[in-house]
Design a protein around this ligand. Structure first.
Ligand SMILES: *Cc1c(COP(=O)(O)O)cnc(C)c1O
Length: 460
């Protein structure tokens, strides 16, 4: 029957439980559990009362849970059925283009209605808020992927969605804003006049292009001052988000079994760490408990080198120092990124779980320049057809490099990477690349050093 290109599951294969890595973390749980989440004002461990102002209780419960398996609620599974299970592809054509003995597979999350993995967590977060009687959410978005996922999830559960969108993206990338509005959300360019933080920031920096850290501060303030009406949704970084994303890896485990292979290398791009963790943690679970020895590789941009150049320490989750303090790799909470195109990879911090695993040597971290990632994306599109999101292109490029190494070494390895989304709303970035407008860019070491002077002092 010739070669098989796609490994597809049926709706009954959508996992009934997410994988929660908390009980399997090989490092001190105090460094990743909710008890190492500090209140930004007191810098003491945050209380459930403080956190419950921001997040649904069920979400907080997941963050501290030591249950390895957390049930996917039926209403969430029902929404997942709109696009899940997602396909796993064997990249035969890419292998041929690279003339490599490697076997390359990719899990494709771009088949969701908004074109990325993000609805995997937006949907349960919306469901929990509905269940607990909230009127809706405030949230932030950079390039708009998270905002569009959250807007869609809110529309499914009849909730309001108020999105603070980084101003430069709001102005330059109207399509994502239009999608959010199509789902009924209201979208505000950040910094804005709607919050006290935004007003103060604008008074000081009227021409600010905004940043994810600033938008988070505005969204958090809007939730905190809503007298319980709105919860705040975060699309990455937090433990429960990583748990929700584990549907990716749990499906991929089954699909690799269908393919009759097991990965030697698992690769994902990292912004806050959620799509990477989603694919990688179920394979790490096999490393920890089942004698497997898969290399797990996280790929970030040289323009935002959180894991490879940042410090592993306590820092604020946002610029205004209103979001909780956690221990993570960080470039400093006042990080303002260069205008690189992988908008989803520009957060100053990293998921505490991912940071701890890198620090402990369970996960490798590498950084790739944007020019190389666009070059990798072109090789991939011409072989496989899909135009990857610029974020995902980091994983694409890392997989290509691994496959080329296999050729040089004359060995056949099995490579699995996460194609976290498609790039059909990012064509302006591709245009810039093709017109030679993109430059190599590495975030300067001096800036990281300077930012470390502003870290919170904590007594842990
Ligand atoms: C948001 C986004 C990312 C980065 O976020 P993570 O939490 O690190 O996964 C990566 N890829 C795509 C397509 C995204 O939309």
């Amino acid at each position: 029957m010739g070669k098989q290109y796609k490994f597809t599951l049926t709706e009954k294969d959508i996992p009934e439980a997410w994988y929660n890595i908390n009980p399997d973390m090989p490092v001190n749980p105090a460094e990743t559990a909710w008890n190492a989440v500090l209140h930004p004002g007191t810098r003491e461990p945050a209380t459930p009362e403080f956190l419950s102002v921001l997040f649904p209780m069920r979400f907080i419960g997941e963050a501290v849970s030591l249950d390895r398996w957390i049930e996917v609620p039926e209403p969430v599974r029902d929404v997942y059925k709109l696009w899940r299970p997602t396909p796993l592809f064997r990249a035969h054509r890419l292998e041929k283009a690279l003339d490599t003995p490697a076997h390359i597979y990719y899990k494709y999350e771009g088949v969701s209605p908004v074109g990325s993995h993000k609805p995997n967590t937006a949907v349960p977060q919306a469901f929990y808020a509905k269940e607990e009687g909230s009127a809706g959410f405030t949230t932030e978005t950079g390039a708009g992927q998270w905002g569009s996922a959250m807007s869609m999830a809110c529309s499914f559960f009849d909730l309001e969605c108020h999105v603070y969108m980084v101003k430069v993206s709001y102005q330059q990338k109207p399509y994502r804003r239009i999608i959010m509005e199509q789902y009924g959300a209201d979208v505000t360019p950040s910094p804005s006049n709607k919050t006290e933080y935004g007003r103060n920031f604008l008074a000081q920096y009227p021409d600010s292009p905004g940043s994810l850290g600033i938008a988070i501060s505005e969204a958090v303030e809007a939730a905190v001052t809503s007298q319980g009406k709105y919860k705040y949704a975060l699309g990455s970084v937090l433990g429960p988000v990583l748990t929700h994303q584990s549907v990716i890896g749990l499906e991929a485990l089954k699909q690799m079994e269908m393919a009759g292979e097991y990965p030697d290398v698992v690769i994902g791009c990292v912004g806050g760490g959620s799509n990477f963790a989603g694919l990688a943690f179920p394979f790490l679970h096999q490393n920890f408990t089942n004698g497997k020895n898969t290399r797990i590789v996280a790929v970030e941009p040289t323009a935002c080198p959180t894991l490879t150049k940042g410090e592993y320490t306590f820092d604020y989750g946002d610029t205004a120092q209103m979001a909780p303090i956690v221990k993570m790799h960080t470039l400093g909470h006042d990080f303002v990124p260069a205008g690189i195109h992988a908008g989803g990879l520009r957060y100053h911090g990293m998921a505490p779980h991912v940071s701890a695993l890198v620090d402990n040597g369970d996960v490798e971290a590498i950084a790739i320049d944007q020019l190389e990632t666009f070059e990798g994306a072109a090789i991939f599109s011409r072989a496989e057809g899909i135009v990857p999101a610029p974020e995902s292109s980091h994983a694409v490029r890392a997989a290509i490099d691994e496959a080329v190494k296999c050729k040089e070494e004359g060995v056949s390895r099995v490579i699995v990477f996460n194609l976290s989304g498609h790039g059909l709303f990012d064509l302006a970035a591709y245009d810039d690349y093709m017109q030679g407008k993109l430059k190599q860019y590495a975030y300067p070491e001096e800036k990281i050093k300077a930012a470390m002077a502003h870290l919170p002092e904590v007594s842990l």
